[in-house]
Design a binder for this molecule. Sequence first.
Ligand code: HEM
Length: 138
Amino acid sequence: MASTKELTYQDVAEHNTKKDLYVVIHDEIYDCSKFVDEHPGGEEVLLDVAGQDATEAFEDVGHSDEARETLKQLKVGTLKRGPGDPKPKTPAPGAVAPAANNTTAGFGVGLYAIILIGGLIGYAAYTYLQQQQAAAQA
Ligand code: HEM
């Protein structure tokens, strides 16, 4: 099957039964209807993601290169993403972590500033009191 039709997420969602089973992986569409009985991971997991984006499920398992070869043979088209469609489920490890880190870093710098200013005020007060005391004794 070498056709590369473009289907929308809604089109794919209609193929959600065991006999007619499409999944989306990395924005490519695969027809698993014939493969579902052969899947070493069982038919249940494929039925769970029938007509949906299975990228995360597929990648989480850490499928072998052989599995990816099988995938190529099942390809029927490419996903045409519409504005209201679910976001691509391709994990983007760099996308989430730095944002979270930035928040922490921002807070961290603020915190250091507060500690530093607090320390300076404390030191100034201490010096002032020492001077007062020295003046009183003189
Ligand atoms: C639709 C495309 C898929 C293909 C072509 C495929 C293919 C395969 C193949 C060939 C294996 C044997 C181990 C390996 O070579 O990595 C496997 C195992 C497995 N697959 Fe998939 N798979 C697909 C989708 C999924 C999805 C969506 C899930 C969802 C969780 C899944 C879950 C598993 C699990 C849990 C195993 C491990 C089974 C075991 O080790 O006992 N697979 N798959």
